[in-house]
Design a protein around this ligand. Structure first.
Ligand SMILES: CC(O)(O)CCCCCNCCCN
Ligand SMILES: [Zn+2]
Length: 662
């Protein structure tokens, strides 16, 4: 299934007709440069083009009042003065004779996207729309928004498709108060928003945008606000919030549909956000959400006012929706102090609502001094803001072969995958090396030899970007590991992240030179001495504690992996991993976000049934939903937390509390 792209140039045909400094950034060119970038990069052609439609009155009344709709309907016939008077009752929004029509198209585009995804016509998609929506309220326009496109889409999905749980992720740099108000008491819609706040000094300057607004009555716990109290937030800050806040709750909530208020004013260069996260981070944010709801994800454009970073961020998002692995995240370091404080506050506030946060620390006891109440620098005049420059996002080349499989005869190769032939011509150099330190028993020498040398051949093709990912079903995964990992780590200029799932002694010793980082997930305490580069994670009751396992992945393995930034990931399914298939596929899919998708999966003969689902993950298909999660086993929470505490000195992306940052 493909990716829908919804765009219509009619939505470029309105603009600000008078002088208003607070509205001048919302220009038609925002849509034009975004769509043109998609066309120029060839991404538009890879999408399924879906037409817009006008939202009907009934659609709009899912969120807005009759009187508000009637009032907006009169604006096309107003004089300029009447329109300016009409705007005066709202905040930071302008009207135009054609904006009502465009607002019905923007909302209609979101509904077309929901229809395309819910009917299975496409897997996911993006709607490039203006006017944006997330500030508009039941009875009022606000912040360039007329109708609340995403809120209407959520109500529509519930009503028309009986969707039980909708997750709305709002990565726009402004708080979508309109969405918060709409679903405040509704436990079927989980609204997550991060937003520039600066202790209520940044627009819309609402007290209810702070972290302690958790929702009301039955909706308590289903509204999550992450305030950015400083500017210049970076990629590490954004990833920390996804790993330690949004994703654990999202997996526990287990949505049937994910809607994204995709605003790109949170990207570097934007005059509103004044953040430093680079456009490629949106590839990772998108990727991290794509394994929820079986991949049913609808992204709807909100803000984004730097035409360069907007266009780049839109392309990063769409390319990821198409299944291309994200680019390697550039030089991550830890979250900043302010981020960790906000993260700490939100996690402890939501502890009572979400079992994945039950272990979160108490509210920090900040003394007032940490809330820098000094005159905020953000109000300084325009001139003094230095122009941000950032490198063009790396070309995300998509290797000709997305997945190469090395399979014993008799196992069919899933379609879409390339069958790696067992190489006949054995490189004598490799043969001797293999003979010396791996192959002992002579009987299976021949085919073991050819299998292992084919593995090496596969790794080298990945190194040369001829192949994106690989999967090998072998007699003996330990031997395969002993052959592949040292070769990849030494022969090639790699950092190799090795994840072993299952019990059994890992066959390679990890040196402290940092060329290999190994994490073993098993249900036995490890005898191996712990070190910075060998991390045994013991999960009692094997991996049947799904929520314990997913928590280990999200709050331990992924932060480690992102900070380590490997050029190759080797994922090993040891003999008795005891892992349920859907959990294994979530792991495989999530790890594709690292090393630009260069992942080699080693599976033990006997797991034939898992080959084609794993291969579809390597092809970029979303993993099936895990289903609603129960509370993780306390001892598993304990062991993951103990590890995190031990490791966070070395690995800064593991920090979650103000004390951590030290
Ligand atoms: C969709 C959106 O969230 O991007 C709309 C943002 C509205 C900002 C209003 N204040 C602008 C002040 C100008 N310096
Ligand atoms: Zn915004």
């Amino acid at each position: 299934m493909g990716t829908a792209l919804i765009y219509d140039e009619e939505m470029t045909r309105y603009k600000l007709l008078w002088v208003d400094p607070s509205c001048k950034i919302e220009v038609p060119e925002r849509l034009i440069v975004s769509y043109e970038a998609l066309v120029k990069s060839g991404l538009a052609d890879r999408c399924v083009s879906v037409p817009v439609r006008e939202a009907t009155d009934a659609d709009i009344l899912l969120v807005h009042s009759e009187e508000y709709l009637q009032a907006v309907k009169t604006t096309p016939f107003m004089t300029l003065e009447e329109m300016q008077d009409f705007c005066a009752q709202y905040g930071d929004v302008y009207f135009h004779p054609n904006i009502y029509h465009c607002a019905t198209l923007a909302a209609g585009a979101a509904l077309q996207l929901v229809d395309s995804v819910m009917t299975g016509k496409v897997r996911n998609g993006m709607a490039l729309v203006r006017p944006p929506g997330h500030h508009s309220m039941h009875n009022a326009a606000s912040g360039f928004c007329i109708f609340n496109n995403v809120a209407i889409a959520a109500q529509y999905a519930k009503q028309k498709y009986g969707v039980k749980r909708v997750l709305i992720v709002d990565w726009d740099i402004h708080h979508g108060q309109g969405v918060q108000y709409c679903f405040e008491d509704d436990p079927s819609v989980l609204y997550f928003s991060w937003h520039r706040y600066e202790h209520q000094k940044f627009w819309p300057k609402l007290r209810e945008s702070d972290f302690d607004s958790v929702g009301k009555e039955k909706g308590a716990g289903f509204n999550i606000n992450l305030p950015w109290n400083k500017v210049d937030m970076q990629n590490s800050d954004y990833l920390s919030i996804f790993h330690h806040l949004l994703l654990p709750i999202a997996y526990e909530f287990c949505p049937d549909l994910v809607l994204v208020c995709a605003g790109f004013d949170s990207a570097i260069g934007d005059p509103e956000g004044e953040m430093c996260a680079t456009p490629d981070i949106f590839a990772h944010l998108t990727h991290l959400l794509m394994n929820l709801a079986g991949g049913k994800l609808c992204a709807v454009l909100e803000g984004g006012y730097n035409l360069t970073s907007l266009a780049q961020s839109v392309c990063q998002t769409v390319q990821t929706l198409l299944g291309d692995p994200p680019p390697r995240p550039a030089n991550l370091d830890g979250p900043c102090q302010s981020t960790v404080e906000s993260l700490h506050c939100v996690r402890s506030t939501h502890r009572q609502y979400w079992s994945c946060l039950k272990h979160a620390a108490d509210l920090p006891t900040f003394d007032v001094s940490t809330k820098d109440l000094s005159l905020d620098e953000s109000l300084n005049s325009e001139e003094s803001k230095e122009e941000h420059v950032w490198p063009e996002p790396p070309k995300r080349l998509t290797p000709a072969i997305r997945a190469a499989l090395l399979l014993p005869d008799g196992i069919t190769c899933p379609d879409g995958c390339y069958r790696q032939s067992v190489s006949e011509c054995l490189d004598p150099l490799i043969v001797t090396k293999l003979k010396e330190n791996i192959l002992t028993d002579s009987e299976d020498d021949s085919n073991a030899l050819s299998t292992l040398s084919s593995l090496i051949d596969l790794v080298e093709k990945m190194e040369k970007d001829e192949v994106c990912s690989g999967l090998a079903l072998v007699h003996d995964v330990s031997k395969a590991m002993k052959c592949v990992v040292p070769h990849a780590a030494s022969a090639l200029k790699n950092r190799v992240l090795v994840i072993c799932v299952g019990d059994g002694k890992v066959p390679i010793h990890v040196s402290e030179d940092g060329k290999v980082l190994m994490v073993q997930l098993s249900n036995k305490e490890s005898q191996e001495p712990e070190s910075r580069y060998f991390i045994p994670v013991c999960l009692k009751k094997g991996c049947s504690d799904v929520s314990g396992f997913i928590q280990a992945i999200l709050s331990l393995l992924l932060p480690l992996g992102y900070e380590y930034d490997p050029s190759l990931v080797v994922l090993v399914q040891m003999s008795d991993s005891g892992l349920c298939e859907s959990m294994w596929l979530q792991l495989t899919s999530l790890l594709r976000g690292l090393a630009q998708g260069h992942m080699l999966v080693l599976m033990q003969k006997g797991n034939e049934a898992c080959v084609s689902p794993t291969a579809s993950s390597l092809l970029g298909d979303p993993a099936p939903s895990l289903g609603p999660l129960v509370a993780p086993l306390p001892e598993n929470v304990e062991s993951v937390e103990m590890l995190r505490h031990r490791l966070k000195a070395d690995w800064k992306l593991l920090q979650t509390t103000a004390q951590d940052i030290g």
